[in-house]
Design a protein around this ligand. Structure first.
Ligand SMILES: NC(=O)N[C@@H](CC(=O)O)C(=O)O
Ligand SMILES: [Zn+2]
Ligand SMILES: [Zn+2]
Length: 429
C-alpha cells in the first residue's frame, strides 16, 4: 500500500531540502516530495513536529553472528539498530568463523535479508582469521556483497602485510577500514595511559599506540593508492594526521564514536565500570574536544557507534578480565542531537551528512535522497522527546552501555527501509 508521510520537517542537504513538506512512498521508492500531497488510498501518517531525514547508517557495528550469539545476533542487534533510528549497518567481521570468505559473507547477508530489521552491509576481513598472515578471499567476498575490508578487533600488525593486501585488494574499489592499534606498544593496556590509569592501578594504553598505525596506514595508502578509512579515532594528534592527509588530497576518511566524543577517561573511577572499557580507550578531555572540533569542521566524516555487545557475565568481571567494547546504537542519535545539534555545534544538515550521507558514500552503497525515485530508506525523529538511556532496557541482547542513566533529548519514532516500516511510534516492527 502507498504511504503518505505528512508535515515532517525534512532535512536533506544532498537535495537542498530544509523545511516542512510531505513524502509519498509506493513500493520501495519515494514517488513524490512536496507540499499538500494527496495520494488516493494511501495510509497517511502525520509527522507534525518531527524531522524526516535520509535513513541513518551506522557503519561500524558488531552483530556477533555467527559464533557469539550469547552476546547478540543478527535479529537482536538489527532490532537495536531500528530502535536507534538506523536503516542500515555495516557489520564487522570478528565473528566465529571470521567473515573472511564468500560463504561467511553470504551467511550474514542472507540471514539479515530474511530476519533483519535493517539493511546489513557486510564487511569482510582483510586477512584470514584476522591473523594478519594471509590475505583473505577478497574477490569472493565482494562477489557475495562485501562492501569494505577490515580486520576490526585487531589492527594489521605488519606494514608489509597491509601493503600487499592494499596492492591486491584495491582492484575491487572497496575501502580499507583500519582499527589502529600497535599491539607491541599497547600490550595489556586497559585504559588511556595517564593520571587516571596510574591512580586506578590499571595498565596504560598510550595514544601513540593508535597514532603510530594511523600515520603508518596513511603512508601505505599513499604508497598503494588504496582508499583508507580510520575507524573509531580517539586522539587529537591522530585526527591531525587525518586532517593533513586530506589536505594532501589522499583518499582518507575517518569516523568517531559518541563515547570518544562525549566521554573521557575521567568517567572511569574506583567503581571500575567495565562498560567504559573500550578499544581504543576513552581519552582525555582535550582529545574529546579535538574530535568534536573535527566533527564540526569536516575532518571527521562519519559518526558510528562501534556497537559491541557483550554478555553481562563477561563484563561482570575484574576490569582486566572484561572484554573491550560498549553498545551504543540505541542512543547515538539522541546523544548527537543533545550534545552537538542542540548546543549549536553542528546543524541538522551536518548531522545528516555524518550519520547518513557520508557512511553510504564511504561504503559505496546505494545513495538515498528525499526526492522522487530514490529508495525509501527514511528515519523520522522527534527532537523534543526527553528520555534516559537504558531506562526501558535495550532491544540489544546486551546491556554494556557506558551512557546508561544519561538524560538525552530526541529520539527516533519511525523508520522505513525500502518503504517498509521497521519502527512505528517508537516500537520495532
Ligand atoms: N571496540 C571494542 O572495544 N571492541 C570491539 C572490537 C573493536 O571494535 O575493535 C568488539 O568486537 O568487542
Ligand atoms: Zn576496532
Ligand atoms: Zn569495532
Amino acid at each position: 500500500m502507498a504511504l503518505l508521510l505528512k508535515n515532517a520537517h525534512i532535512v536533506d542537504p544532498s537535495v537542498n531540502l530544509d523545511g516542512v513538506a510531505d513524502v509519498a512512498i509506493e513500493g520501495d521508492r519515494i514517488t513524490a516530495v512536496g507540499e499538500n500531497l494527496a495520494v488516493e488510498g494511501a495510509e497517511v501518517i502525520d509527522l507534525s513536529g518531527k524531522y524526516l531525514v535520509p535513513g541513518l547508517v551506522d557503519m561500524h557495528v558488531h552483530l556477533r553472528d555467527p559464533g557469539y550469539e550469547h552476546k547478540g545476533d543478527i535479529v537482536s542487534e538489527t532490532r537495536a539498530a531500528a530502535k536507534g533510528g538506523m536503516t542500515g549497518v555495516c557489520s564487522m567481521p570478528n565473528t566465529d568463523p571470521v567473515t573472511d570468505n564468500g560463504v561467511a559473507v553470504e551467511y550474514v547477508k542472507s540471514v539479515a535479508a530474511a530476519k533483519g530489521h535493517c539493511r546489513v552491509y557486510p564487511s569482510g576481513a582483510i586477512t584470514k582469521g584476522l591473523k594478519g598472515e594471509i590475505i583473505s578471499e577478497m574477490g569472493d567476498m565482494v562477489a557475495h556483497g562485501c562492501v569494505a575490508f577490515t580486520d576490526d578487533g585487531r589492527g594489521i600488525q605488519g606494514a608489509g602485510m597491509l601493503r600487499r593486501a592494499m596492492d591486491y585488494g584495491k582492484m575491487f574499489g572497496k575501502v580499507f577500514m583500519s582499527h589502529c592499534q600497535d599491539e607491541d606498544l599497547v600490550g595489556e593496556g586497559q585504559i588511556n595511559e595517564g593520571a587516571v590509569s596510574t591512580r586506578l592501578g590499571l595498565l596504560g594504553w598510550p595514544a601513540e599506540g593508535e597514532e603510530l598505525q594511523i600515520q603508518r596506514d596513511i603512508m601505505i595508502a599513499r604508497l598503494t593508492g588504496a582508499k583508507l578509512h580510520i575507524q573509531h579515532i580517539s586522539t587529537a594528534r591522530g585526527l591531525e594526521m587525518v586532517r593533513a592527509a586530506k589536505a594532501e588530497g589522499l583518499p582518507v576518511t575517518c569516523e568517531a564514536t559518541p563515547h570518544h566524543l562525549f566521554l573521557t577517561e575521567d568517567a572511569i573511577d574506583e567503581t571500575y565500570n567495565t562498560s567504559l572499557k573500550v578499544n581504543p580507550p576513552l581519552r582525555t578531555a582535550a582529545d574529546a574536544e579535538a574530535l568534536r572540533e573535527g566533527v564540526a569542521d569536516g575532518t571527521v566524516d562519519a559518526i558510528v557507534t562501534d556497537h559491541a555487545p557483550h554478555a553481562d557475565w563477561e563484563k561482570s568481571r575484574e576490569f582486566e578480565l572484561a572484554p573491550f567494547g560498549m553498545i551504543g546504537i540505541e542512543g547515538s542519535l539522541a546523544l548527537v542531537l543533545t550534545n552537538l545539534v542542540k548546543t549549536g555545534k553542528i546543524t541538522y544538515q551536518r548531522m545528516v551528512e555524518l550519520m547518513s550521507i557520508a557512511p553510504r558514500r564511504i561504503l559505496g552503497v546505494d545513495e538515498v535522497k528525499i526526492e522522487a525515485g530514490s529508495l525509501a530508506d527514511i528515519t523520522v525523529f522527534d527532537p523534543e522527546i526527553r528520555w534516559t538511556i537504558g531506562e526501558d532496557g535495550f532491544e540489544s541482547r546486551a546491556h554494556n552501555c557506558g551512557f546508561t542513566g544519561t538524560e538525552v533529548c530526541g529520539r527516533a519514532t519511525d523508520v522505513f527501509v525500502g518503504g517498509k516500516a521497521t519502527l512505528r511510534d517508537g516500537v520495532v516492527c
